[in-house]
Design a protein around this ligand. Structure first.
Ligand code: PLP
Length: 422
């Protein structure tokens, strides 16, 4: 089929391993010789229970998820977790600190956001919209030398963390925020914390007492992550995991031990039932009908990564190698390509964003970018147009993109640089 000659570098929904899709296609026609497709079975059947349990088991192995964390298969996408994370943590804060809101003139605790790109900015905006006391600990667009764009992650010593005084000390434990939220890989802007979000550089007392929340929608399973250092790690499926429709939330169980409604009389939020983590955890993600196909296909991706692709370590080595190859061409292109993320240490291994410059080596040139997209297409490379807010080119090298496919891109880029220079 045409699929074999196509290299899909879309930012998401993105490509999935062909072997997984072939198996999934069979499974939705006749699952395990039941004569019925997987999505035609009851979600409460023993057959589907096995599917969701084995997906969870494989994910636990891949990410080394500790026993005291629940794995929830939810809906609503990454976007719904912008409110899900804030509301659930405000509820658990209200339960743990019954007098807080009353003592603070009706105002809830602070919610800290590290704003390194478009998605964390959206999460902060939604949190403010919900009426929370949310604020940015930094906003990359406001830094000196940023030109109002995302691309620099400032040193942690400069972050305006709630409850931390100028000398970096926690003045009062009571004033610490109900969460610190970050987006590990900013899909639109191509900004990633490397080698990892700097939890170890935060004031110890802050890091140990503030629930840390990570949006890993676009880089989960591409490198190891220390789950135990977080309270919540969530990700939509449609990049490294599976088809859109399921959002996975990994949450520390002690945060969701009590019914969120218990916090309401203390000034905590009333959470829609389908957004309350506790209800999903208690029902093993079968509180209501789950996105069965997305869970099934994600489970196949987990099994494939675990059994034939070297797990997260294998994925991580490939991600390093693939992205290095592309950034190398950019840096050696003598001003034809320019990475849009200024700080090399913050450049994403998943979404590589760059502009193609005019002969002056300074001005992005739309005509050349269009020509580049055409050259890509001639070699079967699809979906490389940059996000409209950044412009230029974005090549996404998710787990399903092989090193061999990346080399085809590298060759197209090298030939294009030569074509432009000649
Ligand atoms: N967070 C990140 C990092 C994303 O890349 C996206 C989507 O691309 C989202 C959140 C929003 O996800 P969804 O479209 O599933 O709501």
């Amino acid at each position: 089929s045409k699929r074999e000659g196509t290299i899909n570098l879309g930012a998401g929904p993105s490509s999935l391993p062909t072997s997984v899709l072939l198996e999934a296609a069979q499974g939705i026609l006749d699952f395990s010789s039941t004569g019925m497709g997987l999505t035609e079975l009851s979600h409460r059947s023993g057959t589907f229970k096995k599917v969701i349990e084995s997906a969870e088991e494989d994910l636990r192995k891949l990410l080394d998820i500790p026993e005291n964390y629940a794995v929830l298969f939810m809906q609503g996408g990454g976007t719904e977790q912008f409110s899900g994370t804030a509301l659930n943590l405000l509820a658990s804060h209200a339960i743990a600190h019954p007098d807080y809101v009353q003592q603070h003139n009706g105002q809830g605790p602070a919610l800290d956001y590290a704003v390194s790109g478009s998605w964390s900015a959206k999460a902060l905006k939604e949190s403010k919209r919900l009426g929370g006391n949310a604020k940015a600990v930094f906003d990359s667009r406001k830094l000196e030398g940023s030109d109002g764009k995302f691309g620099i992650i400032p040193p942690t010593s400069t972050w305006q963390l709630s409850g931390v005084d100028g000398s970096g000390k926690v003045a009062s434990k009571d004033e610490l925020p109900a969460m610190l939220y970050y987006c590990d890989n900013e899909t639109v802007d191509g900004v990633e914390y490397t080698p990892a979000f700097p939890i170890d550089q935060l004031p110890k007392e802050y890091a140990q007492n503030v629930p840390i929340v990570a949006d890993c929608s676009s880089n989960i399973l591409s490198r190891k992550i220390d789950i135990a250092a977080h309270s919540i790690v969530f990700f939509g499926a449609q990049k490294n995991v599976g088809p859109a429709g399921v959002t996975i939330v990994i949450v520390k169980k002690d945060l969701i031990a009590r019914d969120p409604d218990e916090g309401v009389s203390n000034g905590g939020p009333r959470i829609p039932t389908t957004l309350a983590y506790k209800h999903h955890a208690d029902a093993n993600s079968l509180y209501n009908t789950p996105p069965m196909f997305a869970i099934y296909a994600s489970g196949l991706v987990f099994a494939d990564l675990l059994k034939s692709k070297g797990g997260v370590v294998g994925a991580s080595q490939r991600a390093d190698m693939k992205s290095r190859a592309v950034y190398d061409v950019i840096s050696k292109s003598q001003g034809v390509f320019a990475a849009t993320v200024k700080d090399p240490a913050s450049r994403s291994r998943m979404n590589i964003c760059f502009r193609i410059l005019a002969r002056d080596g300074k001005t992005p040139n739309n005509e050349l970018e269009e020509r580049f997209i055409k050259r890509c297409r001639e070699k079967g490379i699809e979906q490389v147009k940059g996000h409209r807010s950044v412009g230029g080119i974005r090549t996404s090298l998710y787990n399903a993109v092989s090193p061999e496919q990346t080399l085809v891109l590298v060759d197209v880029m090298k030939a294009f640089a030569k074509e432009v220079q000649d």
